[in-house]
Design a binder for this molecule. Structure first.
Ligand code: C2E
Ligand code: CA
Ligand code: CA
Ligand code: CA
Length: 275
């Protein structure tokens, strides 16, 4: 028993060490990545589901690693949030999005609103407002060109603080969307008090339409509730015509998903932009 105990203990510590080492390595690489400009943004178009007009784009960060290739955000954003690097990344994202909008405007494109994902860590302790205001002034971008996507859990962590911050963003003309709606714990009572414009229905509810009646019922309920609160509703992760038709029939007028377009590089998305 003693022998076994020691083995599992050493296994445990070894496991911890390698995990911690991997994390530390990634952290320092990520630090370097920000300095070396290895981060990049892709943009996923958002559409009016009724006439399929382009209404916006969501900026999604990627890490273009010199050896490992393209690393998706789910693999490094959580780590960045733990280590505090998220503040640097958020600053980079805000600036890069505004810089890109300026490039498109200078090329003569009509640029729809660009949505930026805001990290909860930023909302609670970061420089959210400064990130937006300084990127906007550096690149001469109006707040009406921008949208902030904030997950509901973070709004709920400290509602009073969230209301204050969201109001300041709104005052700049920035549209406020609640991201991943339906997956967290927001109460309907709070939803009413948050000064938001838009709800984004999480992809997990859209994914199994039309096979999962529960998901269809939930989606329908979110749309009805959002409508009655005067909010715009955008469904994410639309992959089929059936999903689009169902969402439209329930009154959801906005959407994004692989059915229409995947996230694209700034260059490739120019094909979607009008002059
Ligand atoms: P999210 O904000 O919910 O973003 C939507 C994710 O769904 C994106 O993954 C997008 O590529 C993917 N997606 C869009 N349409 C479809 C579809 O039709 N089918 C499927 N299967 N997937 C679809 P991505 O780009 O890997 O981003 C993952 C998450 O990483 C985001 O979830 C967001 O939470 C976070 N993230 C991305 N960019 C940033 C950023 O700049 N800052 C922060 N703080 N977080 C970010
Ligand atoms: Ca998002
Ligand atoms: Ca989402
Ligand atoms: Ca998500």
């Amino acid at each position: 028993v003693k022998q076994k105990g020691r083995d599992s203990y050493s296994f445990y510590t070894e496991h911890l060490t390698t995990n911690a080492q991997r994390k530390a390595e990634m952290e320092s690489e990520l630090h370097r990545a920000i300095l070396n400009n290895e981060l990049m943004l892709q943009y996923q178009p958002q559409f009016n589901l009724n006439n399929e007009e382009l209404v916006g784009m969501e900026a999604l960060v990627r890490w273009n690693h010199p050896v490992k290739g393209m690393i998706p955000p789910d693999l490094f954003i959580p780590l960045a949030e733990e280590s505090g690097l998220i503040n640097k990344i958020s600053e980079w994202v805000c600036n890069a999005a505004c810089q890109q909008v300026r490039i498109w405007l200078d090329k003569g494109f009509r640029v729809p609103r660009v949505a930026v994902n805001v990290s909860g860590a930023e909302l609670m302790g970061g420089n959210l407002l400064t990130n937006f205001t300084s990127a906007m002034s550096t690149h001469r971008i109006a707040g009406s060109q921008l949208e902030a996507e904030i997950t509901e859990n973070f709004m709920m962590q400290d509602v009073e603080r969230a209301v204050g911050l969201v109001n300041e963003l709104r005052d700049l003309g920035i549209v406020i969307a609640v991201d991943d709606f339906g997956t967290g714990y927001s109460s309907l009572a709070y939803l009413k008090t948050l000064p938001i414009h838009r709800l984004k229905i999480d992809r997990t509810f859209v994914r199994e339409i039309p096979n999962n009646v529960n998901d269809m019922a939930i989606t329908h309920a979110i749309i009805a509730m959002g409508e009655s609160l005067g909010l715009e509703i955008l469904a994410e992760g639309i992959e089929t015509r059936e999903q689009q038709a169902f969402l439209r029939s329930k009154g959801c007028s906005l959407g994004q998903g692989y059915l229409f377009a995947r996230p694209l590089s700034a260059e490739n998305i120019e094909g979607w932009l009008a002059h």
